[in-house]
Design a protein around this ligand. Sequence first.
Ligand code: FAD
Length: 477
Amino acid sequence: MNPSARHVVVIGNGMTGSRLADEVARRDPGGERVRLTVIGDENGPAYNRVLLPGVLAGIYTPEDIRLPFPDGPAVTLRTGTAATALDTARRRVTLDDGTALDYDECVLATGARAAFPPVDGVAAADGTPEPGVTALRDLADCRRVMALARPGAPVVVLGGGVLGLEAARALTARGVRVSLVESSPWIMRRQIDRPAADILADRYTALGVAVHSWRVASRWISGTGLELDDGRVLAGDALVVTAGVRGATDLARAAGLPVEHGVLVDDTLTTGDPRVHAIGDCAQHRGGGAGLVQPGWEQAAVLAGLLTGTAPEARYTGARPVTRLKAEGIDLTSLGDTEADDTAETVTIADPYGGRYAKLSVRDGRVAGAVLLGFPESASTIAQLYDGGDPVPADRLALLLGRAAPGAHTPDTGGDPVVCRCNAVPRSAIEAAWLDGARTRVDVAAATRATTGCGGCVRDVDTLLTGWSGTTPAPVG
Ligand SMILES: Cc1cc2nc3c(=O)[nH]c(=O)nc-3n(C[C@H](O)[C@H](O)[C@H](O)COP(=O)(O)OP(=O)(O)OC[C@H]3O[C@@H](n4cnc5c(N)ncnc54)[C@H](O)[C@@H]3O)c2cc1C
């Protein structure tokens, strides 16, 4: 390790803070350029927050979802410790254990916190949840929900967005009787259109979830349940609040950095202070990305290139968000503009009886937006077309049905589509890993990181491995 390497302090050991440490260590394994200290206020190692609904459903244990963290002479991790102040003039971070760290560069990776709506009985004035109420943001919340949600017991989920629907599905897997309340006219209002939401709500109803859309909660009565604005009371031993998040920006705000709903950053992920950077859910970039892991991991890679000087030209230019619902037995992908107006041509398939729905909007021959419920194969192809900005085959219906003419459905990405979006892993990297001896999904994950994000590409990787088993893939060009 180089004793005069620059000291970078990262505040937050979540999905992007730990990824930044990993990216820096890959570029500078001996600590010749950068000495890193990561501060995390959660106890224990970083974990894949995206997979918490899977822990709740019993699919994973907390150990299964651990994230890698580099060990090496130049990386120090301090967990169970919170940063309490940032002094940009003295370049110093104060910690809650009474110590302080001086930095050459500081990175805010403080993520977001669950927002509790102003409903009587839900949270105290200081934001602490009342008895029986919990969010689902971290492992501690997850353990709390598991303790409260006993099989057969009634639980209310407040918030019918992606997280609320994932939580509701996971709770049904535990044998819990779930009611879900959403104040918008339909569930997943921000990602899907009404017809899709109606079919999705029917699928949830069939799973035993009572869906109450366009209903406002008026009071949480601990030990009884949730009272709605129409006077009904939904029985609940617990209330799981999934009603949105707020960027954790207090440190930045108190330090005088420009903050709107997140800490403002430019394409180099630099805040209003040239020595302070922000990534992940706490950052606000003009091209968006907060709230999803893929943009945060991309930001971590860009910043690692800049901080180590290994990629001084690296820039983050924005996100093309794709949302996948992680709910066992339900395949739902939404991307782009899902309420495209008549400047786009739109093809729709509605199959309420079969619980399926597909809508594809095309503008200037490119995917403008799509909602795909129960169409996993075309979802994968359409997401690749959207990612690459590639031309859509002339037969839109065949594309939706996964029956585009041979060759036509393969996105024109030089034959190398992205398979794992979270980690930006193209098919060629998986093929190269296979040629190097990676024969299982675990081997492929170790070599490429594919499947280690939201898990949405597991099926695609398995399909590739199955297709190659017993054969030799064409050498990667
Ligand atoms: C249940 C759930 C499911 C999700 N599913 C998906 C999904 O399917 N796809 C997707 O793309 N995204 C999903 N997300 C969102 C995704 O998890 C976030 O976008 C991602 O975690 C952001 O990473 P981050 O590092 O910015 O924040 P976080 O992972 O939240 O990490 C921030 C860390 O900083 C710590 N911290 C905060 N303040 C301080 C301080 N002052 N001092 C020290 N430490 C501090 C926090 O405790 C936390 O550990 C999901 C989120 C949740 C909660």
